[in-house]
Design a protein. Structure first.
Length: 183
């Protein structure tokens, strides 16, 4: 293996180690369910000004989902609670799409891992690839430890409605969406 290949392997190993540490912290913080966002309007504004690539490398601007109830889930393929909540999110996306709800997954993971995961697991909403921009977004929404899963819900009026560290049950999120979409 050449030097460049060794560097890439080393970089990948370092990223995996950091992500494993983040997962370990998230497990210790499992009882923390809601965090405070210092400047919700700025966080929402930054999100709608952002664009992330999907697993196929196509840029997806968040502005395309303005005016919807937007459920943004920060996740990773190596995060068991993240993977466990995704089938429920897919069902809720199908159930609430006609009521203006849009789920979006932001993976703090590699495009290759997300693409392989998406091939094995049917997901009914867009999966975007994170990176430094996604890290900045997560931190803007109060996730300073980058623990996963982390979910925020933004109303059609661009108001932050829910911020949650840790998994969301299907029943809890459905109750929330039923109230949010009945207004």
């Amino acid at each position: 293996m050449n030097r460049r290949g060794l560097r890439l392997v080393g970089l990948f190993a370092m990223i995996v180690a950091v992500l494993a540490g983040i997962y370990a912290v998230s497990q210790r913080l499992g009882s923390i369910e809601q965090l405070t966002v210092a400047n919700p309007a700025a966080a929402v504004g930054q999100l709608f000004a952002s664009r992330l690539d999907d697993a196929g490398g196509r840029p997806q601007p968040f502005s395309q989902w303005q005016g919807k109830t937007l459920v943004v889930n920060f996740w990773a393929t190596w995060c068991p609670p993240c993977r466990e909540e995704m089938p429920a999110f897919s069902r809720l996306q199908v159930r609430y799409a006609a009521k203006g709800v849009q789920f979006v997954g932001i993976a703090l993971d590699s495009a290759e891992s997300v693409e392989a995961f998406a091939e094995r697991q049917a997901i009914s909403y867009p999966l975007l690839i994170g990176g430094s921009q996604a890290v900045d977004l997560a931190q803007q929404f109060g996730n300073t430890t980058l623990s996963l899963p982390y979910t925020v819900v933004i109303s059609p009026a661009k108001e932050l409605s829910l911020v949650r560290l840790g998994p969301l049950s299907e029943a809890e999120l459905e109750r929330f969406l039923a109230r949010a979409t009945s207004r």
